[in-house]
Each structure stands twice: as C-alpha cells, then as structure tokens.
Design a protein around this ligand. Structure first.
Ligand code: NAP
Length: 401
C-alpha cells in the first residue's frame, strides 16, 4: 500500500471502449464507493469521450495509450494502484501492460482465458512482480472466478464440517451456461485454438521455474464423457484455463488439504447436445488451424460487438460442485446471470475493488482470485447478487432453464 499511496487513481480501466470494457465502466460508475478515484483508458480519445458522455460523468479522467506503447503504459501503471484491462486477445496485446504493472508495483487484473498468455506472463514477469509487490491476477471473469471461488467455498465448507482436512480431498465442478459470445471472445478463443504447440511450450517454460507445494499433493483428475448422477446431466471434461486456476489456488493455499484433486466438466441435459457440442468444438479448433478460415470465422462477430441487453438478460450460469473428504460428501453451487458479460463485468470490477479497498493477506506475483482475495471476494460477489450456496441434498433435477 505504501508504495502506491501517492498514485493519482485507485483504479484505471484500460479497454473501456470495448464491449466488455464498456460494461465494466458502467458497473464501476454504478458501484464505485464514495471517494474511489478511477479513470478510463484506451487508444482512442474520441471513443473515450463518447463513453464518458454515455456514462454521464463529464469529470471522469481519460488516459490515452496504445497496447504497444510501453512508455504510455508505464505512465498508466505509474498513475494507478490497480489497473484493470479488457484489451484482448491478450496474446496479441497483453504483455507490455503486464510488464509495466509488474515493474511499477501496480496491481493488475485481466479477463484472459488464454493459458499460453498466463504461463508466459508467469515465466517472464512473476519474479519482477514478487520483487515490486504487484499482485497480478488473470482470468477474473466467468473464466475463472466462479470455478476458482466455488472450489474454495466447497473446501471451506468441507473443513467446517470435518474440523480439519487431513486426508485426500476430491472436488468436481460441473458447468452449465446459456448465453452468446462477443467478437473479442471469439477472436481470443480462435487465436488460442490455433497455437497448441506454443501453448505446450509456454506450459513447459512455466513448469521449469514454478515451485511445487512442499509436502502436499495437488493434481487434476478428469474422467471421460459420461452420465453423472451428481450433475444429473451428461458431462464432458473441459480442459479450459479453469481447472488450471483451481489447481493453482490449491497449490498456494494449505486450506485445500494435503492431497487435493479437481475435475472440471461441462454439463448438458441431453446426449445429442453433448455430442453436437463436442463436434462443434472440434470443428472450430480444426478451422482455427487454417488462417483464412480463422479470419472468416472472426469476421462473423467483429471487435466491439456482443450480445444485446435483452439477450444478456436471458443468459445464465450454474456451476455445481461435489466435494468429498474423509467420508463426507457435499454439494455446493455458484450461479448467476449472463456469464460472459454482465456477470463477468461484475466479477472483474469487484476483484479490482477488493484489491483496492479490502484488508487482504500480504501476497505478490502472479496469483489466483482465491489466493489473493479469498472469501473477501466471495462476500463482495454475494452482495452483488451472485449466489454461493450449499445444497442440502444432491441435485435431482437440472436448474430451471
Ligand atoms: N474471462 C472471461 O470470462 C471473459 C469474458 C468476456 C471477455 N473476455 C475477454 O476479454 C477480452 C475483450 O473482449 P471484448 O469482447 O470486450 O473485446 P472488444 O469489444 O473487441 O474490445 C477490445 C478492446 O481492446 C481495445 N484495443 C484493441 N487494440 C488496441 C490497442 N492496440 N491499444 C489499445 N487498446 C486496444 C479496443 O479498443 P477500440 O475500442 O479503440 O477498438 C477495445 O477497447 C477478450 O480477450 C475476451 O476473450 C473474457
């Protein structure tokens, strides 16, 4: 805190002119506490002025910076206690800002779901951030907050029932969601799909430098597609960034017990939907390998476009968890509205507000939301309308919609 006491702003939101950035700016305008000093940043002054007018905040400070301009990003990082960025794809635009925040001791929050980017940033900037005291939080939207904090919530509830977790702890998460995606999400997903070899190399670079938890076991445990009684649905393993994030939290926090495993699944009601979904993902992944096909798919939804308010209002998500340890088995659930945008803007901004204003454990370097913010962020999200609850009995029916 001391190193940042003189900063002009508590929070700077970079990418505020984009689709998700605009929703995050609206959320901040409605929910920033009295006295919170915040500003918006982007590459176009004209677009920032239009945003300021839309928000009805004529005094809102504007910072102009391009994602490739290290000097301008250094000034953004030096002006803020927390920088939030929605400028993606992060593999294309993200690293200079990570470097600037790590060097300046500025807390950093983003929305990336790109594993290669997160691993590269760990290998290249984690040590600098540890030295400067910067807290670097990636994946602070639907990827991966409900999964990360839901697993923490489940483990906390297991420990409450058992006293202490001193044996193996197994958690599984089952994700159901309804909604559509934005141009920025489509471009980022296609870019990530097109780089499987680079993703593998970045994961190896990370493994070479990352310490493992001493005296504790933490690992993934996924089974194949199947009918799950726990989820009351067909489930298929989901090798996204989410299980990686959950396992990083488990590695960082002894509260997850001496031997923690996690499995992460997409859940659907009907078998044909599961088969169709799998074929669709394989088709997009194959198409992403061919640059003209990738460009063609990207053009279907350009940057700045996303679901309208009526579509977002009908969108929803539910993540059910099953936690087991020492013969105790519990079911928990995290749920909310539009996962990709409405709730993502909420999760992103509440993470930034939590870093800026809450009493948190002393941490630094690349961190997960569970490790940096823990239950303080769960409390914020609950207050903001995202539900965390323990289910008394195993679910026997799929959620309403
Ligand atoms: N974790 C999650 O669950 C989650 C959810 C939603 C989105 N996301 C991710 O968030 C990112 C943004 O998505 P989106 O749909 O909001 O994208 P978008 O609408 O395309 O917005 C992109 C933003 O980046 C800015 N930008 C592009 N190039 C720039 C540059 N050279 N310098 C400075 N700014 C630049 C754009 O500025 P202009 O307005 O000037 O073009 C715009 O503000 C994507 O990577 C997406 O995958 C993640």
């Amino acid at each position: 805190m001391e190193r940042q006491a003189e900063r002009a702003y508590d929070i700077v939101l970079f990418g505020a002119t984009g689709f998700t950035g605009g929703l995050a700016a609206e959320y901040l305008a409605r929910n920033a506490p009295q006295g919170c000093r915040w500003a918006v940043a982007g590459r176009s002054r004209v677009k920032l002025e239009a945003l300021r007018e839309r928000l009805g905040l004529p005094e809102l400070p504007l910072l102009v910076a391009d994602s490739a301009d290290a000097k301008a990003l250094g000034e953004v990082a030096g002006s803020a206690r927390v920088v939030v960025t929605t400028v993606g794809p992060y593999l294309e635009h993200g690293e200079p800002l990570v470097a600037a925040c790590a060097a300046a001791g500025t807390d950093y929050v983003d929305l990336t779901g790109e594993p290669e980017f997160v691993d590269l940033m760990y290998a290249r900037h984690h040590a600098t951030a540890v030295a400067s005291g910067a807290r670097m939080l990636h994946a602070c939207g639907f990827d991966s907050v409900p999964h990360d904090l839901g697993a923490l919530y489940t483990v906390t509830e297991l420990a409450r029932r058992q006293g202490k977790l001193d044996g193996p702890v197994a958690v599984q998460g089952f994700v159901r969601a309804g909604g559509t995606i934005s141009g920025g999400t489509l471009a980022s997903a296609l870019l990530a799909f097109s780089r499987p070899r680079q993703m593998g190399r970045a994961a190896s670079a990370r493994r070479a430098v990352e310490e493992r938890p001493a005296g504790r076991k933490v690992g993934g445990r996924m089974s194949g597609p199947r009918w799950s009684k726990d989820a009351h649905a067909w489930v298929v393993p989901m090798p996204t960034i989410d299980p990686q994030v959950v396992l990083r939290s488990a590695a960082a926090l002894p509260e997850y017990g001496p031997d923690f495993s996690y499995g992460h699944y997409a859940a659907v009601k009907r078998l044909p939907i599961m088969v169709g979904g799998l074929l669709g993902v394989v088709g997009v992944a194959l198409g992403a390998q061919v640059p003209p096909v990738r460009r063609g798919i990207t053009r279907l939804r350009p940057s700045g476009a996303g679901p309208d308010a009526a579509t977002r209002a009908k969108s929803w998500f539910t993540v059910r968890f099953v936690g087991e340890s020492g013969g105790v088995r519990i079911h928990t659930e995290v749920s909310g509205g539009d996962p990709g945008y409405g709730e993502t803007a909420k999760m992103l901004v509440e993470t930034a507000l939590c870093l800026a204003h809450d009493e948190l454990p002393e941490t630094a370097g690349q961190l997960t939301t569970a490790a940096a913010c823990g239950t303080a962020l769960i409390d914020r999200l609950v207050a903001a309308g995202i539900r965390f609850r323990v289910l008394d009995a195993p679910p026997t029916a799929a959620p309403g919609r």
